[in-house]
Ligand binder design. Structure first.
Ligand SMILES: CC(C)(COP(=O)(O)OP(=O)(O)OC[C@H]1O[C@@H](n2cnc3c(N)ncnc32)[C@H](O)[C@@H]1OP(=O)(O)O)[C@@H](O)C(=O)NCCC(=O)NCCS
Length: 184
């Protein structure tokens, strides 16, 4: 536990990622941070935000945000005006493996929600969408923050497969948070 509150920082230059330390229990998320983030950010495919612990030059956690849209599914109770629902996509969410389960992930996603709520007052954006990794940790984490499956039957099937230690058929599962519900 760090016993302190850290402020979310928006990455301004990929040079800032040099000489910092980040280790994630999911290799792909660590790989994106050190390798792919550079081209994604420079080509405006996402913005990256992180929490930084200065004393140890450690990234406590990070995520990306991009604009997107998702198809209506029968389990998304939102009025259908157009073919797809405008959304902001949170991606690559990762907390440093030595700091998991200390509440940082929750802090980070709450900060992301605030950024997106502000954005939605200027640009139409109805939901936040995530492609959660198919692990009980990740799914329970998003459920704890009020996200739901876009396909509830599929989501429950995946949870049961994971609980029974069966190999799920998918690597990711789509979940969403309706901004209209949290703005009130
Ligand atoms: C998933 C992840 C982002 C959660 O961040 P975190 O800082 O560890 O989570 P928090 O401490 O804020 O946990 C909040 C709640 O999520 C749920 N949760 C988080 N980790 C969990 C776990 N391992 N098992 C069960 N529930 C878990 C719990 O409800 C928890 O609340 P509680 O501790 O009061 O029970 C982090 O563990 C991580 O980076 N994992 C590897 C990468 C990953 O899975 N990314 C997300 C999917 S794309």
């Amino acid at each position: 536990m760090l016993g302190q509150k850290l402020k979310l920082i928006k990455l301004l230059s990929t040079k800032d990622l040099q000489n910092v330390h980040f280790k994630c229990s999911i290799e792909e998320i660590e790989f994106f941070f050190y390798k792919d983030s550079k081209k994604f950010i420079e080509d405006n495919y996402c913005q990256l935000y992180y929490l930084y612990e200065k004393k140890k030059a450690t990234i406590i956690g990070y995520f990306t945000i991009s604009m997107g849209s998702i198809r209506y599914e029968k389990d998304i109770p939102i009025e259908k005006y157009v073919e797809r629902i405008p959304c902001a996509l949170i991606g690559q969410l990762g907390v440093h493996e030595s700091h998991e389960r200390e509440g940082w992930g929750t802090d980070i996603v709450k900060d992301a929600i605030s950024i997106i709520v502000k954005l939605s007052q200027r640009i139409g954006c109805r939901i936040i969408s995530v492609d959660s990794l198919v692990t009980l940790n990740a799914i329970r984490f998003y459920l704890s923050l009020g996200f739901n499956f876009t396909d509830i039957k599929l989501g429950n099937l995946i949870i049961n497969q994971l609980k029974d230690q069966k190999r799920p058929t998918k690597n990711s599962v789509k979940m969403y948070l309706d901004l209209k519900k949290i703005k009130k």
